[in-house]
Design a binder for this molecule. Structure first.
Ligand code: UT7
Length: 332
């Protein structure tokens, strides 16, 4: 039998810390509002001009080291981001060039906050079917370059941060129990515009104008309450369904790593699942919402802190723009 296991994890966040008080200087907001509504205290921002592929390459190098792989051991790259360096080509090829692994395939995943979970399911399918034995999966975001850093953009500008996480995934027989178990992926495109950036885009003609920048459509737009309402339902639903697919229950879980969207969402999900605080990972206070990077950053931290050990049952779950949501269940 062919299964997939995590051979190594790594993450990288830029050193520049931006506190809620720093944001108070740029827009009409307060540390108290941000902490109470979201749980965020600070986030990391890159130095201007640093793209997502650069953070992704740092995270990838850390994951390769953890796995004991050379870059040339990688047979395929999957890169999840909503903040690519370029409109095209995607970050996968930029990462490939940065790591010096010419000619292997590189796929970009555009599933926003659920990008890492979608990417993991794709890699698992490739490995199980025998197409590849060793794949590098990266989630990376540089949000700071694309936020509207004034009062008009405050409802989203205070939420997002920069960072990257990566995992090395390899084929296994699964005999020692360490393997990805299953994934459930969902989307509901009727809500596509509830959390979106509307331009540049081919639905506009021309696809970008100065007016689009001035009127804010080139920046994130979010119907926060609608996103919140769906998130607190979909997270527990998909966690329960992926557990049920393996005839497991919430009591079997060692750790849930939810996408870090909002501490209030994480807490609502924890209560609905009825699991102890120690079983739900949270680092949003330090990094804010890092979209496709939040789960691999959290996983890498949890592994290096000893909160995830070999054999533990871990559920990775995400909800976000699309709407998209999903969960991956694994024995680490
Ligand atoms: O990764 C997935 C993507 N995102 C999410 O999961 C986010 C889901 N949504 C949320 O987390 C919450 O809806 C937010 C944290 C974004 C907002 O919290 P809320 O409790 O839903 O606030 P609200 O949008 O209803 O706004 C309440 C008030 C408004 O003022 P009025 O109309 O009551 O006078 C806003 O204008 O807060 C105001 N406000 C702010 N005030 C200070 C909005 N943003 C800010 C801000 N600082 N940054």
């Amino acid at each position: 039998m062919r299964f997939t296991r995590i051979a190594g994890t790594g993450h990288h966040v830029p050193p520049r810390v931006v506190t809620n008080h720093d944001l108070e200087q740029l827009m009409d907001t307060s540390d108290e509002w941000i902490r109470e509504r979201t749980g965020i205290r600070e986030r990391r921002f890159v130095e201007p001009g640093t793209g997502s592929s650069v953070l992704g390459a740092e995270a990838a190098r850390a994951a390769l080291k953890d796995a004991g792989w050379k870059p040339t051991d990688v047979q395929f790259i999957v890169f999840a981001t909503v903040s690519p360096d370029l409109y095209f080509p995607g970050c996968g090829v930029l990462l490939q060039a940065a790591l010096g692994i010419p000619e292997i395939g590189a796929l970009d995943v555009r599933n926003q906050c659920t990008g890492f979970v979608y990417g993991l399911a794709v890699v698992d399918a490739f490995i199980r079917m025998g197409m590849y034995d060793r794949v590098l999966l990266v989630g990376s975001e540089v949000h700071s370059a694309g936020l509207q850093m004034n009062t008009a953009g405050r409802d989203t500008a205070v939420l997002f941060g920069d960072g990257a996480g990566a995992v090395c995934l390899e084929v296994t027989t699964g005999e020692d129990g360490s393997r990805l178990l299953w994934h459930h992926l969902h989307a509901d495109g009727r809500f596509a515009r509830e959390l979106s950036i509307l331009s540049p885009g081919s639905a506009n003609s021309p696809w970008i104008t100065k007016e689009m920048v001035d009127d804010g459509s080139a920046f994130p737009h979010m119907n926060g309450r609608e996103v919140f309402k769906h998130a607190v339902t979909r997270f527990p639903e998909v966690i329960e369904s992926v557990l049920a697919s393996q005839k497991l229950s919430r009591d079997d879980l060692d750790l849930v790593i939810p996408h870090q969207a909002n501490e209030r969402i994480t807490e609502a999900v924890r209560k609905r699942l009825g699991v102890d605080e120690s079983k739900v990972y949270s680092n949003i206070a330090k990094y804010g919402n890092t979209t496709a990077a939040s789960i691999p950053i959290a996983l890498s931290e949890a592994v290096s802190d000893g909160k995830v050990k070999r054999g533990n049952l871990v559920c990775l779950a995400a909800f976000g723009s699309g709407f998209t949501w999903g969960a991956s269940l694994l024995r680490y």
